[in-house]
Design a protein around this ligand. Structure first.
Ligand code: SAM
Length: 289
């Protein structure tokens, strides 16, 4: 199944709004890898190739992907009749103790779909569902089914990124999309696993070491440190895109300090660096005479 679909999850730092800009930079390949999959917006938006590998260190996220791939009907059944309420959210967050992987996925899926911005870091996991703006529980089954079809035969792992780079297959045309947590941001608020300065350096060293084996597109926040770390690559593009915030991502300040700045319906600009170890053939300003 080669559908272009949306991510099954809500995900902080997701690349949903930058999909077009990213897809147009991707070159032909037969093995596609994401090292920091998160919500996987790019994988779900692009056509599948012969081999596909999704990786993220977050074991609960990855368990949910695997359950969706292998046991979609069981997950649909266990979530059947579920309602999106603050009480259920609090139950899943504080009281529900999963006893197996299916129940872990049930809890993760419920909380992801009903929490503010899909933030799953338990310190910042707050109720954030709105009937008008969020996917309603009656549509979760359809979401799981179509995601499961797209995930068929996809390799899914919960490794540290370096292990993936150490285990790359030979004789494939590999393209890796790399979307690590920002270097200058309070990403610790969003993700369950924090990414330290040492991890950023590890990533740079591993990419230098293995860069001949694959093409990569790496996205980062625009900072002088990143320009320095990646001055050996072929191209660094400064990219901007627009997005708006809907109500579920705009509830009143609830003490978590994450959503103080954003206002409903306002337009925002995403600004990032796209770092490539190849020369892209795509020039948006190209004029043909
Ligand atoms: C910016 S998010 C990725 C967003 C994703 N591209 C999307 O569109 O939804 C970064 C991800 O890196 C993961 N991560 C953090 N440390 C990692 C590590 N050492 N190895 C692999 N993944 C890691 C986090 O769990 C998080 O899901």
């Amino acid at each position: 199944m080669n559908l272009t679909i949306n991510s099954p999850f809500r995900y902080a730092g997701g690349k949903f709004y930058a999909r077009k800009l990213i897809l147009e930079q991707i070159t032909p390949h037969n093995y596609y890898i994401e090292l920091f999959t998160g919500g996987g917006s790019i994988f779900f938006a692009k056509p599948k190739v012969a081999d596909n590998w999704l990786n993220d260190i977050d074991i609960d996220l990855i368990n949910t992907y695997k359950i969706i791939r292998d046991y979609p009907n069981e997950l649909i059944d266990i979530l059947k009749g579920e309602v999106a309420t603050k009480e259920r959210h609090s139950f899943y967050k504080n009281d529900f103790v999963p006893t197996n992987d299916l129940e872990r996925a049930q809890r993760w899926f419920y909380l992801n779909r009903t929490s503010y911005s899909g933030i799953m870091n338990i310190k910042n996991c707050y109720w954030g569902y709105g009937d008008k703006y969020s996917m309603r529980p009656e549509n979760w089954g359809m979401n799981i089914t179509r995601t499961s079809k797209k995930l068929k035969n996809v390799k899914i792992t919960d490794y540290d990124f370096e292990k993936v780079l150490d285990e790359l297959p030979e004789n494939k045309e590999i393209f890796i999309f790399i979307d690590p947590p920002y270097i200058n941001a309070d990403q610790d608020k969003f993700y369950t696993y924090s990414f330290t300065r040492n991890d950023h350096d590890r990533l740079q060293k591993a990419l230098i070491k293995y860069s001949q084996k694959f093409k990569f597109l790496l996205t980062y926040d625009n900072s002088s440190e990143i320009w320095k770390l990646y001055d050996w690559t072929k191209q660094i593009l400064e990219k901007e895109w627009n997005y708006t915030i809907n109500r579920t991502d705009d509830q009143k300040k609830n003490g978590n300090g994450i959503n103080d700045v954003k206002k409903k319906g306002e337009r925002y600009k995403g600004k990032e660096l796209f770092i490539l170890n190849y020369k892209s053939n795509y020039f948006e300003d190209l004029v043909l005479f």
